[in-house]
Design a protein around this ligand. Structure first.
Ligand code: ZN
Ligand code: ZN
Length: 117
């Protein structure tokens, strides 16, 4: 079977190429988990997109940012991409910790303390 015949058998549309690109882009740069963009699964269900457009899986984003809040390292509340480091907006934090109000409360407390200094 020639390669060209193989290609003909498989329907390669423009849409296919786009999804392959997304697949690579959606790989989490922290755990390098390719499964976050599994076929048939909506990407948004287990990845978190920061406002800068970088994506990491929810568990990595949640873990890293939670750690920063717990240890009062608010300067670490930024995009997890080493070359980006864009500060994370409060709305992103709220989305990430929607079920963990104690984390958001803690963050609020740290911020209040800072304002007092
Ligand atoms: Zn991850
Ligand atoms: Zn970023």
């Amino acid at each position: 079977m020639s390669p060209s015949k193989l290609k003909k058998n498989r329907v390669v549309s423009e849409e296919d190429e786009v999804s392959v690109g997304d697949y690579l882009e959606n790989k989490c740069q922290i755990c390098f988990d390719y499964s976050i963009a599994e076929e048939g699964e909506p990407v948004d269900s287990n990845t978190f997109e920061f406002e800068c457009g970088h994506r990491f899986c929810v568990s990595c984003s949640n873990k890293a940012l939670k750690e920063a809040i717990i240890h009062n390292e608010l300067h670490k509340l930024q995009c997890l991409d080493n070359r980006c480091r864009q500060t994370i907006s409060d709305s992103d934090l709220k989305k990430l910790f929607v079920d963990e109000s104690e984390i958001l409360n803690k963050l609020q407390r740290w911020r209040t303390q800072r304002a007092d200094l």
